[in-house]
Structure formats: C-alpha cells, structure tokens
Design a binder for this molecule. Structure first.
Ligand SMILES: Nc1ncnc2c1ncn2[C@@H]1O[C@H](COP(=O)(O)OP(=O)(O)OP(=O)(O)O)[C@@H](O)[C@H]1O
Length: 680
C-alpha cells in the first residue's frame, strides 16, 4: 500500500508540513487520525427556532463583534450572528486572539449547545467554521478532528475524502475466519464509516470492528513475544533442596497459605525447561519479597545467578537489606548495584558477576546497562510497581541464558484487567495478609483538626512509634508544592523542637541524600518524616504507625492505598489520616471509600469506576501500544475475545507465519525495542 501523504490529491509539500504538525506522517497515520467528535448537520436550524438546552448547527452572518474585559484575566468575545429569521450570540472566553478573525459581514457555521444567557439565547464556545463566498458547510454526520493552530477541519476532511475517493480497498489484517465469524464489514468500509459515518448504526459497527482489530493486534503481539521467549530452551531446575529448607527454617514466621501456593507455582515453572513468565501480584505488605527471595535461592541452589531489579534506589536498597537479613548465615553472596554505586565498586561487581562469584544481585536499571554481564543468570525478578515496561523486562532477560522471569507488582489491578496489561504473563496472587495484621484505622478530616492531629502524633511518638506526613507534588507547579512541603516541614520541626526529630525527603534530592534521610528514619533517629510522594514505592519501616496525607484529594484511591500500606506493617495498631479541605463531592466520596474499604482490589475497582481507566493505565501502559479506538475498561469483553482469537490464530498458523503476516501492523503499533526483540 502506498503510504506517502503527497500521493493524495491536493497534498503538496506545504500541506504535508501542516499534517506533520498534527503528528500525521503517513497514510496509515492519516487513516487512524480519528475524529474526536461528530456533528449531526443533517439539519441547519434557523436562528429563531433555537431552544435552550439543545445542541444545534446554525449558519449566520456576523453582525457585530465585541470584546469585553469585566475583570483582570477575563476577556469575553461576543459575536452576534444573524440570519433571515433572527439573531443569536456566540461567546468565547479568553480567546481575544480570535478577535481579528471574525469580521462583520463574514458567514459563519457554528455548532454547539444553546444556553440561556442574560435574557437571550447564546452559544458558549461552539465549534465554528468560516464559510467563504457562498461555500456551504459539509452536511450529514460530519467528523470533527483534534487540531492545532493553523490547520483547519477542512484540510483534514478534504485529504480523507480524496483518499477514500481514489481507493476502493484496504489490505485486511484479521484472519478471514475471524472477520467472518464476527460478520465484519471490509476494512475499507470500517475506516470510511469511522471518518464519514453514513448512519449512527454503521458508525457503531465500524467502531467495534476497529476496536476489536486493535485489541487483536495488541494481544497477538504479546502472545508472539511470549512464544518467542518460550521457543528457547530455558534452565530446568531441580526440586527444592537444602538451601530453601534452611532458609524457611530460619524465617521468624511461617509462610501464609497464599505465599506457599505462589512459591509452589513459581518453583514448578522453574523446574520446567520453558522459561517462566509469571506475575506475582499481592497487595501492599502481603509479603511478596519473601517469595521473591525463595525464587532467587532456588536459582542459587541449582548453581545459577539471580537478579532483582527495582524501580528506585531506595527500594533496591531496601530489598537488598531485607533479603540479606533474611539470608542470615546462609552461604549466599549478594550485591547491590545502583546508579549511585561508586565507580570502583561497580567495576568490582561487574567482574564478580561475570565470574559468577556473586549469586544474587539487586539493583535498579543500572542492571540493564551495557557493561553488565552475567556468568549464569537463570532468574530475573522485576519489582515493577509499573515503572518498567515490556521492553525493559525483555532487556534484562536478554542478559541471561533465557532466564525465568518473575514480575512482582503491588498494584491491585482488577483481575479482569491483568490480561490486557500483562497479556504475556501467567498470574500468581497473594490475597491473604500475614497473620496478626490489624486493619489500618482510616480517618478523613479537614484542616481544622490540625491541633488534635499534632497531639495525636506526639502521643504515638512518645510510645516509641514513628509518623509519616506526605504532601502531594504535582507536576504543573512542582516548585510551589515543594515550597509548601518545606514550609510544613519547618512548621512541624519548630512545633516538636526539643521533643522529637523531624526530617524531610523529597523528589528533588539526590539519591544519596534521600538514602541518608531514609536510613536515619530506619534507625529511628528521625521520628517524623515529611515527604513528597517518594515513599509511595514501598518502604518497609514496621515501627511507623501513622500515615498522614495532606491534600489527600489530589491522590487517586490506588495511590492513597499504596501510601496507607506503608503503615500497619508491624503488630501495633496503625492509623491513616487523610487531610482535605476539598468540598468537591467526588473527592469526598473517594476519601470516604478509603475510610470504609481496606482491600486494595476492591478500591482499585472503585477507582476505575470513579476516574476511568486513564489514571491507572497512564501509569501502567509502558511499552504497550496506544489504543486509539478501544477502551480497555469499556471493551473488556471484546479484549478477552480478541485474545482467544489471536491465540487460536497463532496455534493454527504457527509463530513464523503469524509474525510475518502481522509485522507491518505490529511495527506501526509497538515500540522499536519490542519489534527488535520479537524479530531478532
Ligand atoms: N508469612 C508472614 N508472616 C508474618 N510476617 C510476614 C510474612 N510474610 C512477610 N512478612 C513481613 O511482612 C512485611 C511486609 O512484607 P514485604 O515487604 O515482603 O511485603 P510486600 O508484599 O513486598 O509489600 P510492598 O509491596 O508494600 O513492599 C515484612 O516486614 C515481612 O517481614
């Protein structure tokens, strides 16, 4: 298929540059540049017949243009439109740059909701198009595209119209039996209906079809990657031996039933010569680290090396410390490798890894750097907390001898969704908490409780416990947020002066500085730690009993749950205090859910319902294709179907045929690393 934009009638170098500004560089790019909305223009309403509350399309001539500035920072552009039947006002806010575009006497098409303004009908910020000469607007159901300045709806519509006029078909990508089973229209028809719907029903069918197609390609990609990774001989380990037995015997607790089951599943995978691809999912504090440690020891016991990669230095450090402590007197050599490991030490670790004298290495993405070579890497564990994607996972894997892969995550992803995100992994779940854990008592309060909270903190600290106070850092005004966090820190330090030590840790500090503060907190030299969200990623200080979150409305439920999981990790009763002065109903609802629900999975489902998938998936989707039509939450049933179909297709036709057939689509949708690994 011809892909250059300039092969479309009407597109020369100048037009092409305009399309580049929209991020459209090829014909497939143009065809998948879908409308953000549609306008039903089958009926142009005479101005006199407009009714408040309706959405309507009108055409009129500009009678007056007026700009008002009722106060600083607010400008109102009012345009009065007239036709032979009446008048209507069109209003834009803070868009005074548009003033010169609208001149008296010009004809305008407008589409939007009609409201009752001060006694007269008006349209607020409608979609408008200028009509030159006696130009008529497009009629029927008309697509409206997302645009940037200097590119008009007309240009995009025209390019697509011309392309569809010059072509009659598009190569199919779905296997014919799948298209048939779903009674799909041709691919050409589906794309045409997406851009220029003939009827609302046809549009719906086309949307479903293209959503399905996207999900099919995504699942096929993940399944192909998985079979590619499993097409190789991995290392089959022996059944559990003495190292595991002594480790279990030396633990100060016995494993919970879920921990045992999870390790059993992992061990069984590792004893097979197909490389393991497994996800270990468990709520915060459910005890995943021990299970990870067991898997590492299993590799060591068989004479191989294991690696654990964590998303932050603090977390890597902590895993290193807790796994080292758990290993106690066992004959195992561990090393920690992060970005801030000193050059000389790094060199020594590189050498020992290559020589095989280090059994277990724990670190950050420093582990996937060029210089790192293993002697016999047979297990990689990724503690991802959604910061690593499919591609980084694969990169660490490539350093070994087709190692077994275990991904650990604390994100309570609703079960229905693990498939879509981790389509290439089997799942083990730890649902049960270690015995003796008391639910964290959670309270949502407003800032009038300040004094009472401080007394409460003091009481807990007097009893020997520790306190976290978290202030949100959001990207847009990071500087202001940091100032606010620092101010709170100073205030608390002054308040508790001479009684308790207050410390602070924030995202702008260097890794070494952060580590120093965290260590002081571990040693209990600091009793109260003010922090921006950095501790979200899993610190383990069982002595901390209070988690206080300021500006709690600015966090999602899943994030609040992660934060709450930082306390209640020991025997003492723990508390989570959510401070918010927001009057927003939805925020109040969310904080109330936190007060009543302890289970991370239930909360995640509620979060999805309240905030939509975007929030959750923005975090998780690394390395997966952007979905342009499908919606992972809304189209979840379709996703399961697409996965089934893709699986059947690959089983029937074989890896080589499917990989070849799907190549152009996979290349268009997945990242470069993904493609390189799949086709290497
Ligand atoms: N079976 C058990 N019985 C008692 N305590 C346990 C058990 N398993 C783990 N723990 C303890 O529970 C605490 C939390 O365990 P761990 O850090 O492994 O949790 P996690 O699942 O990794 O949580 P997070 O995702 O929050 O880091 C640790 O202090 C650990 O020693």
């Amino acid at each position: 298929m011809e892909t250059a934009l300039q092969t479309i009638k009407g597109i020369g170098p100048g037009r092409e540059r305009q399309f580049h500004r929209l991020g459209v560089r090829t014909i497939p790019g143009l065809l998948t540049y879908f409308p953000r909305a549609y306008e039903n223009r089958s009926h142009i309403v005479p101005l006199r017949e407009l009714k408040a509350g309706e959405t309507a399309a009108v055409i009129g001539t500009i009678a007056t243009v007026q700009e008002k500035r009722p106060r600083r920072g607010l400008s109102i552009l009012e345009i009065v439109l007239a036709d032979s039947t009446g008048r209507c006002k069109i209003v834009f806010f803070n868009q005074s740059y548009k003033k010169n575009m609208y001149k008296k006497g010009l004809r305008l098409y407008a589409y939007g909701k009609v409201d009752m303004g001060y006694g007269a009908l008006q349209m607020n910020t409608p979609h408008v198009e200028m009509l030159y000469g006696d130009q008529q607007p497009d009629t029927g159901i008309v697509p409206v595209y997302p645009l940037v300045e200097g590119v008009s709806q007309y240009i995009v519509r025209q390019a697509l119209t011309n392309w569809f006029a010059a072509h009659r078909e598009l190569p199919d990508i779905l296997p014919p039996e799948v298209s048939e089973a779903h009674s799909f229209m041709t691919r050409y028809a589906a794309f045409k209906e997406m851009h220029f719907p003939s009827t609302p029903e046809a549009y719906k069918a086309a949307r479903r079809q293209l959503a399905y197609e996207e999900l099919f390609v995504m699942q096929a990609g993940l399944l192909l990657l998985r079979s590619r990774q499993q097409a190789v001989q991995g290392v089959a380990m022996k059944t559990n031996g003495p190292l595991i037995t002594s480790f279990l015997a030396s633990l100060p607790f016995t494993l919970t039933g879920d921990q045992q089951r999870a390790f059993h599943e992992i061990a069984t995978d590792m004893e097979d010569n197909l490389p393991m691809q497994r996800l270990l999912q468990g709520d915060v504090g459910s005890g995943k680290t021990v299970v990870g440690a067991l898997a590492l020891l299993k590799a060591v016991e068989n004479g191989y090396q294991g690696a654990l990669m964590a998303p932050t230095e603090i977390l890597a450090q902590q895993h290193y410390e807790s796994i080292t402590a758990m290993c106690g007197t066992l004959d195992v050599t561990l090393a920690l490798l992060t970005g801030s490991t000193k050059a000389k030490e790094k060199q020594a670790i590189y050498e020992d890894l290559a020589a095989g004298t280090i059994d277990i290495v724990i670190g950050t993405h420093a582990l996937i750097q060029e210089g790192v070579h293993f002697n016999k890497l047979a297990l990689t564990i990724i503690d991802e907390q959604h910061r690593f994607g499919v591609e980084q996972r694969a990169r660490l894997q490539q350093k070994g001898m087709n190692p077994h892969v275990l991904v650990m995550t604390a994100t309570p992803i609703p079960r229905t969704m693990t498939l879509s995100i981790y389509g290439d992994l089997e799942v083990s779940a730890i649902k049960e908490m270690p015995p003796g854990r008391k639910p964290v008592q959670t309270f949502a309060v407003n800032s009038s409780y300040k004094e009472r909270m401080r007394n409460f903190f003091a009481k807990e600290m007097e009893a020997g416990h520790q306190v976290y106070v978290v202030c949100p850092l959001v990207e847009e005004s990071e500087k202001l947020d940091l100032q606010a966090a620092e101010a709170l820190y100073m205030e608390l330090a002054a308040y508790y002066h001479g009684r308790f030590a207050v410390g602070m840790v924030h995202g702008r500090m260097s890794a070494a500085e952060k580590e120093e503060v965290m260590e002081a907190f571990h040693r209990r030299d600091i009793q109260l730690l003010v922090s921006t969200t950095v501790i979200e990623v899993g610190v383990n200080v069982p002595n901390a009993t209070i988690m206080c979150v300021e500006g709690a409305e600015r966090f999602g439920l899943s994030q609040l749950h992660q934060l709450r999981g930082r306390v209640g990790r020991g025997d003492a009763q723990a508390y989570c205090i959510l401070v918010s002065d927001s009057r927003n109903e939805e925020s109040k609802k969310r904080l109330h859910l936190m007060e009543t629900i302890q289970d991370g999975f239930v909360l995640a489902e509620q979060d999805l319902l309240l905030r939509g998938a975007g929030q959750l998936f923005g975090l998780i989707q690394h390395g997966l294709p952007d979905l342009k039509v499908a919606d992972i939450v809304r189209d979840i049933d379709m996703l399961a179907e697409a996965r089934r179909d893709a699986k059947a297709f690959i089983a029937k036709q074989g890896f080589a045929y499917c990989a070849e057939k799907m190549k152009p689509e996979l290349e268009q949708r997945f990242g470069d690393d993904f493609i390189r690994i799949l086709y290497s």
